[in-house]
Design a protein around this ligand. Sequence first.
Ligand SMILES: [Zn+2]
Length: 375
Amino acid sequence: MSASEGRVTPDNIEEALGRWLRSPGEKDRVFPKGKKVEVVFLVEAVNALLLRTEGVEDITLFKLPGTEYEVPAILPEKLQAVSRRRMLAYLRRFRDNDPGKLAVHLKALAEVCTYEKKSGGQSSGVKVGFAKAEETKEKPAEWNCYVQPPGGDARNATDVGMDGFCPACALFGAVIDGEKLKGLGNESIGLKSRVEFDPAVAFLDQEKTVVGYTHNKVADGVSWTGQGLYMEHHVAPGTVFAGKVTLEDVTPAELKAFLATLSAIDRLGGRERLFGGVRVHLVAVRGGSYETVSALGIAKKLAERYGGAEYPPGVEEVKRAVVEELGEGFKEVDGEKFRKLVDADETWDSLWRDTVDYDRQVVERVMGLLGKTCR
Ligand SMILES: [Zn+2]
């Protein structure tokens, strides 16, 4: 990877990734073409992180293959959920900044198409459109899409709050049933996620990256020495994780909004108001028809470089090392420029435009499969 190529910015990303992006006007966007964009990034813990899978004292640890190290990791579902929630937060802000702009998109989704239904020699038109878009098209300030916290059984991912059509649903996936899409009947369709995270993996042994904190449960007025003390394991501040995410069949607007979201993530892990401050550093992108690197592979290379070092390397040094290790085809990214996109309404407006187009194609395709011709 050569530095002279110049870094990828929001202005030149279409040129940089060219044919590996889908065009917004394409008529068969709903059919995958296996156009992949690999994004390599680093997650830097700027505070102690609480990364637990279950139980109080557990922390997600990996045995880094080919090394003697056991390293902390951030599970892909965590990264997926955090990015989705972040994107939804920005979409709500876009809604509040200019409800009129959002209304245009909601109107388009409230009535996607009409098909003819014949019964007893009579023919009538059945409207197909998204329920929540219909409800909110005249009062866009009330549009919302959210991820419901899971109830008793965390495996029952619940989608009651999801609208099934917004940019986050279209990118991260959703289940659309007759409740969400009027005119669909009893069918239920799954919108596949086009975002796939690797687990983000640290490259230094837990001896250097995990710390036990003893907390004192503070009671008002009285205290009992030795009681109410408990221990939690955290990822130490300064720990750097190698991350990779692959986006499939995305448009330039979708990629820009996603990179803006990813680079702006600043909280992660359990009890995130107290712990969990992070910074995400975008490193490089590559377009192609198959994946060439993994976060695990990158972490292994970093472990070989830094595993024996007396002091952990700073994030800028790690970034340079990753750039050196990455193969042909990767282009360095200017993360700061993408982070700034989160505050531009145009980022979210164009994202909505491409999403409406995508949703319309999904609906027409599904109706076609059900033998109903959309008009
Ligand atoms: Zn949604």
